[in-house]
Write a new protein. Sequence first.
Length: 164
Amino acid sequence: MNRILVSALLLSLSLSSCKMLKNRGSSDRNDGQIVSKTSSAWTPVRPKGMVPIPSGSFVLGQTDYDFTKTNDAPVKTVTVTGFFMDDTEITNSEYQIFVNYVKDSIARTALANKAETLGFDPMNPSTENDGIGAYAYVSGSADGEGTPYDEYLKIVIQVEMVNH
């Protein structure tokens, strides 16, 4: 009786496993995926003024025969992923000038925004708003020429005077 029961159990397990194996290769079944369609391949858009640098690998270290047999520079293979590089070559000094310009313009804009929130009026400066608001309108050069923000401010003040 036990042999019949064990053989029936083994037969049913083997048949059920065959059914599972048969369904495993089916691509039509829904196996719990939220999205039923496969997505298309995504290709990045090349930014304007940039050149794509492809992925690659190179050997880092001593590739020639080591005459001293010290093996102090082991060979490594380095893999680099692809990236974009600007197509315009510049020197370090040109880049430093650009960084300083951006830094100054960001600071100038931040000071002007702070002056606006403090309510500083360059036509009627008061002693209560002599903090950061006053510095937003100080000329940036000693020779009497104003910064571009000062020039813009003069135009805005002239337009406001004409309109009132």
